[in-house]
Design a protein around this ligand. Sequence first.
Ligand code: SAH
Ligand code: SF4
Length: 414
Amino acid sequence: MTVEKPVVVPFFGLRPAPSASRPRDERPGIGGLAPDELAAWFRERGHPAYRGRQVLDAAWSGRQATFDDILTLPGPLRAELGAAFRFDTVEESEIRHTDGVLTEKAVHRLSDGLLVESVLMHYPARADSRERHTLCISSQAGCAVGCPFCATGELGMERDLETAEIVDQVRNAARRLVADEKHLTNVVYMGMGEPLLNLDRVLESIAALNDPKRFGLGARHITVSTSGVVPGIRRLTALGPQFTLAISLHAARNALRDVLVPLNRRWPVEEVVAAAREHAQVTGRRVTYEVTMIDGINDTDVDADAMADLLRGEHAHVNLIPMNAVAHTPWTGTPIPTVERFAERLRAAGIATTIRFNRGTEIGAACGQLAAEHAGQPTPIVVQRRREKLVAQSAAALRGERSTEPVPAGVGEP
Ligand code: SAH
Ligand code: SF4
């Protein structure tokens, strides 16, 4: 395995903002408006309809960054638009490159000072595949689910993102790509937050990305990842074939999953898999299961066999991803030979399994880590208590004892 050493460029300009530091800008972001909403705004003000189309095209072209850049509009109209809407809800972004230049982690500052992250990954063309540019985006600032191995979970929940704040991460990356005459090919909702706990906004954002008049990205190129919000999965199923659904599984045994994915205490793993199965049956789309592998915790033969039993016969694909080390946990990622052994046991049960060594790890794991840095360091005693608690909880789980901890606050019906 190659362990890629991050090349970190210095960070300038963003103020540390662990929580909202000022009121939100109430003007809607243009990226969150549906074409008919924008058309109605122009109609009500007596502007010709083609002006609305010009603004929509400019907003999604990737070539303009402000209303003032839309030179085809009269000056007073640009001012009127600027008073009513924000061209961009991402006020400032800082980019760090890792893997040489192949991964760009962006921290975006929102109008109330909150920070969210997106990660742009470049995959050069190969003999068997075309060049790809995949963006991993955030759906919430923070997350209520609180998975202990996740940097976002560490931050707790701040707030849901607005539709425009979700799509503006995409517009931001698209502008960077267009400047290089490249285009985004895939979007994954694997950044900060639990997309199915902000489902209305997430569905609006997907509609914008999918709409040929706006971003025009095919549904097959969009993946939504969930830690297992069962009512949300059912809502997606009712909508019919859409995008790829990824389930963050991590453990097939409830006692362990209660610790690794605390909302398992509300929707246990069998219910999650049943909802995913129904999704695959109704939509015909194969479900992806993600497993973040933690050394000595969820990577044993017993776990592999429990997962094989749980997923045998499912229309599913499993991705095994060694955990990226996150501060404040006592854990490290599973060594590759153990990941391979786990994969073999799943494959022996007929389950399609892929190991994601480097970039796969970047996808989810990268998100939340930079924002967590800005949130400042907890005191050593807090870190020590948290580690001790996790060691005790995982030891009890490995003995098969179910958690008596409550379901995290904020994990309600979506
Ligand atoms: N909340 C959603 C989507 C965002 S998290 C979910 O949990 O599915 C996206 C992915 O990143 C999840 O599969 C999560 O398990 C993974 N992830 C989080 N922290 C990680 C870490 N430290 N190492 C590797 N993967 C991690
Ligand atoms: Fe939230 Fe997903 Fe992180 Fe869990 S892994 S805390 S659900 S963002």
